[in-house]
Design a protein around this ligand. Structure first.
Ligand code: SAM
Length: 188
């Protein structure tokens, strides 16, 4: 079973993230994405960011883990929640923005490039992607098959290919200075 598909692992992750607050990073998004815009979140997990995003956007939450989808539907009964893999993103909607927080480290390089190609298809003209990623952090390890691949800005822009124009990139710290990167880009 995939790591986050196990309800116990999803529950422990949710407990660990209680009180986590990404509002400082979301300020960056609010500069370019107007209120009421449509936004798809990939890998919403327990939904701490979804709660903040829902106050401003017409947001769709998603995750590939049935355990997290179940948790999200219980926590946000009035919100659209989809079971989506961030690689194939098998939905037919069109969005003004796509967001994720600390999920892209679980995709290998080919999957990341596929994900960005699909994100470009799902965005309206001039649509925005905003992704928070690990730049460097030790893999949490453990006896599981979860890929954990932090990335540099240049690796991320390479994965985005020619579909996106980088608008802003900002280092920030979650556990230590500069361990994380916020990337804002616009569909060309
Ligand atoms: C470290 S957690 C982050 C969760 C949430 N974004 C947060 O900030 O708390 C990684 C999340 O990515 C999800 N995930 C991992 N690989 C995925 C994939 N290929 N497609 C969709 N979600 C994925 C996991 O189920 C989990 O919810």
């Amino acid at each position: 079973m995939l790591y986050y598909h196990d309800p116990q692992n999803a529950k422990s992750y949710a407990a660990m993230c209680e009180g986590y607050d990404a509002s400082a990073q979301l300020e960056i998004l609010s500069k370019v994405l107007p209120r009421e815009a449509t936004l798809l979140e990939l890998g919403s997990g327990p939904g701490n960011d979804l709660k903040l995003l829902a106050a401003r956007y017409e947001v769709t939450g998603s995750d590939y883990s049935p355990a997290f989808v179940h948790m999200l539907k219980a926590r946000f009964p009035n919100q659209t929640i989809l079971k989506l893999n961030a690689i194939s993103i098998a939905t037919d909607g069109l969005f003004d923005g796509i967001y994720s927080n600390k999920i892209l480290q679980h995709l290998n390089d080919d999957e990341l490039a596929d994900s960005f190609r699909r994100q470009a298809q799902l965005l309206n003209q001039g649509g925005i992607v905003f992704h928070l990623i690990w730049r460097h952090i030790e893999s949490p390890g453990g006896d599981n098959d979860l890929l954990f691949k932090p990335r540099s800005l240049s690796q991320m822009t390479a994965a985005m290919g020619n579909d996106f124009e980088l608008l802003e990139a900002l280092d920030f710290g979650e556990f230590e200075d500069g361990d994380s990167l916020a990337i804002l880009a616009r569909k060309k």
